[in-house]
Write a protein that binds this ligand. Sequence first.
Ligand code: HEC
Length: 177
Amino acid sequence: MASFNTMAGCFLASALFAMVVGKVSNALVSVHPLEKPAIAVSEAAPEAAAGAEKAPELPAIGPKLKDANVDRGKQLFQQQCFTCHTIDKGGVNKVGPNQWDIVGRKKASHEGFSYSSVLQKLGGEWSYEDINHMIFKPQGFARGTKMAFAGLPKEQDRADIIAYLRSMHDQPLPPLP
Ligand code: HEC
């Protein structure tokens, strides 16, 4: 006749066995349903991350700078950017930081301006191409930036403005970075 202990032992053992089988079969079953969400998450991740995101459809601006019109760029800067940015050497920060020597300047580095954390995290210097992306669509390039500017869809406008920015420097960088 089985003692109570033996019966309890049997019961525990089979309960354990059932648990293990349950876990294993859960694991086996869940492999397939998990596959899709895991891929979807990794696809969404780059979009969710803040930081420099170049619009893939934007052609390089560098080759267009040679023929850009600096005077027109100056006019456009006054119409589009001057509300928020001065550009004279030593000029004050307004809503946005002063733009003197912006081409080649370390990002988010102008003295006395309080940059958003998004801009601080970009890293590197302002190349022609990065400025091109920034003024094409600030929220696309630096999601969460406090530069409240819709962007300049016309390539010629961006080329002329960037050519003007380039000229506002003690030693303008070569036209091609
Ligand atoms: C409505 C105000 C506003 C307008 C208009 C505007 N900006 Fe800005 N801009 C800002 C602000 C604010 C920042 C700082 C962004 C941050 O910290 O997130 C900024 C940052 C920048 C930076 C980065 C500066 C640095 O020191 O890293 C560049 C380059 C720039 N703007 C260029 C332009 C150009 C060129 C135009 C015109 C086509 C323009 N902006 C129009 C407000 C503006």
